[in-house]
Design a protein around this ligand. Sequence first.
Ligand code: NAD
Length: 253
Amino acid sequence: MNELIATLRAGKSVFVLTGSGISAESGLPTFRGVGGLWRTHRVEELASPEGFARDPVLVWTWYNERRGAHERAQPNAGHFAMAQLEDVLDDFTLATQNVDSLHLRAGSRNVLELHGSLRQARCTHCSAGRSLGTAGLPLDEIDHACGGRWRPDIVWFGESLPQDVWQRAREAAARADVILVVGTSAVVYPAAALATNYNRRAFVAEINPEATPISNRVACALRGSAAQVLPRIVAALSSGETASPDLFVRPCG
Ligand code: NAD
């Protein structure tokens, strides 16, 4: 029997780390892939405190477009498979680097949004919060009454992750029997460290059509898309069958 499925069956605790690749089949561009977001925009202009201080209207124009794209996108079979997996496990934690809310919309419950969410804005001065509608933040409302500015409530380059979220993610990764690493290039730290740095005992499986820097350190690498592979894992888990071996580059037992 395939070792991943067997380990998932026997395992009490599962931790999942996802990146922008899981939302690719929902039509949202990845970060570094072909057509990726940062090929058409300079990171430091759009996703840094300095860029925001320089040109908040440009930054909000870009994030408002992304917010609209997130709302128009629908969760795909990969997101739904993760919600189904949570339903059959006692201890399931999903940490995502994505800010698109698609895991929550697919029905996942124990979701840690490591890089925040585009559903919310936060004041740069008083840290007040504000929910964003589908159109994002009106450009004439960027200034907040306290003297600060509303900014997207997401983690920009050079900023720290929210400490409580990070702590919970580290604990969940450390106690997991199985870790699934889905659709991430595993190069954005500290999030990438959750895949392999906090647990030497877990069975780690990577689901990604391409190799990444952690591919040589995982127990098995499944070279397929999230929407193809994840439903097959969940189906195999619930039906008693093993997953199709053609998906496995480094077979799991
Ligand atoms: P990344 O672009 O660096 O890596 C994406 C990975 O997904 C690549 O390794 C690629 O091979 C893989 N991939 C592409 N299509 C896939 C598919 N169908 N199924 C499975 N894997 C697939 O993205 P990252 O590692 O998430 O890091 C990027 C940063 O960008 C994160 O901080 C994240 O917050 C941000 N981001 C978020 C979104 C979003 O919320 N949807 C979109 C773009 C960027």
